[in-house]
Design a protein around this ligand. Sequence first.
Ligand SMILES: [Zn+2]
Length: 105
Amino acid sequence: MNEVCALCGKDIGHNDAYCRHCGAKKGQGVRWYHKTWGIIILLFLVLGPLAIPLLWRSPVIPRERKLLLTMLCLAFTSLLGWMLIQTYLGIINEITGSMNHYRKL
Ligand SMILES: [Zn+2]
């Protein structure tokens, strides 16, 4: 997988220390929330899907990885949403069940 220059956004070879397009040093001036691990923490532990625009603004994460992380984050969010709904429905069932139980007494 190719890396991308933080300054000009063009591909950098894996073994290059400097960008061959603009000469910027690799990894220079990249903020933590633009790096893959910072983004992953924000996506899955802090902001959820709200961190997706931040992910796409990152100049150092390659496009394929952005797509992959976006899909993972959306899948993770819908899973959480589904679990929340199931829990909610379970509680509603519990309540109506016990209400019916007392109505019979
Ligand atoms: Zn560059």
